[in-house]
Design a protein around this ligand. Structure first.
Ligand code: NAP
Length: 248
């Protein structure tokens, strides 16, 4: 059974990792997919073609999620092509890990701008069309680190905690208009982002995960499928952990 037949989804950071898995999952469930990327143009074009071969409309658009102006252009391009936006997934994110004593202003600003300001940028752009439709599902990619913090990730944890406060506020602000807003808090998922961690750190993480394995991008995409579809019509303002019970 296809759960997103005919819906239009916009995903930020769809050229790799979790965003790529969401784009493919959504297309497999009948959604038309627009996704953004920052620099992986070749990869993005290949994914765009793969999605189109699945029988849905798909478009990859280069757009820096941290730019308010570019978020406006991105939303406009998607509305011009599809006429509506049913689901937005604010997924683009980066890390610039270091201990607080060594953290530069640039490292702080970059992570806050790409991870948190981006969520404001795009939500601001899509709310009006969603209000007109009187429907919409906004899904923001937080992290378990935003819930319980992590040494060496003060910038990242702050951005992901900020997303949770933002998500709950938007859910309260626009719930009466049929718009839902939820956050997902992945644990340790196998992607390029976690690939760069050293073996010792990975082992330490693993020992704390009750399911005793890392998560897969596809397992986060499954949670996005639930929150984007009509299986979750009474779920809003929530943070869904996808973490193998790490955050328990
Ligand atoms: P990833 O493999 O590093 O992929 C990041 C994606 O975001 C890429 O598509 C990248 O585009 C895009 N991106 C980065 N900066 C961007 C910008 N300024 N504008 C537009 N797109 C940008 O990361 P991931 O592991 O899939 O993570 C996806 C999300 O899940 C992030 O928000 C991350 O914080 C969150 N998360 C991940 C984990 C994990 O364990 N992996 C855990 C918790 C939360 P390019 O390819 O063009 O660079």
């Amino acid at each position: 059974m296809k759960l997103l037949e005919g819906k239009v989804a916009l995903i930020t950071g769809g050229s790799r990792g979790i965003g790529e898995a969401i784009a493919k999952k959504y297309a497999a469930h009948g959604a038309h997919v627009a996704f953004s990327y920052r620099s992986s143009a070749e990869k993005a074009k290949a994914i765009e073609a793969e999605l189109q071969s699945m029988g849905v409309e798909a478009i990859a658009i280069q757009s820096d999620a941290s730019s308010f102006e570019q978020a406006g252009e991105l939303a406009k391009a998607v509305l011009d092509k599809f006429g509506r936006i049913d689901i937005v997934i604010n997924n683009a994110g980066i890390t610039k890990d270091t201990l607080m004593l060594r953290m530069s202003e640039e490292q702080w600003d970059a992570v806050i701008n790409v991870n948190l300001k981006s969520v404001f940028n795009l939500t601001k752009q899509v709310l009006r069309p969603m209000l007109k439709q009187r429907s919409g599902s906004i899904i923001n990619m937080s992290s378990v680190v935003g819930v319980f913090g992590n040494a060496g990730q003060a910038n990242y944890a702050a951005s992901k905690a900020g997303i949770i406060g933002f998500t709950k506020s938007i859910a309260k602000e626009v719930g009466s208009r049929g718009i839902r807003c939820n956050a997902i808090a992945p644990g340790f998922i196998e992607t390029d982002m976690t690939e760069e961690l050293d073996e010792k750190t990975k082992e330490a993480f693993l020992s704390g995960i009750p399911l005793k394995r890392l998560g897969k991008a596809d397992e986060v995409a499954d949670a996005c499928l639930f929150l984007g579809s009509d299986l979750s019509t009474y779920v809003s303002g929530q943070v869904l952990s996808v973490c193998g019970a790490l955050n328990t």
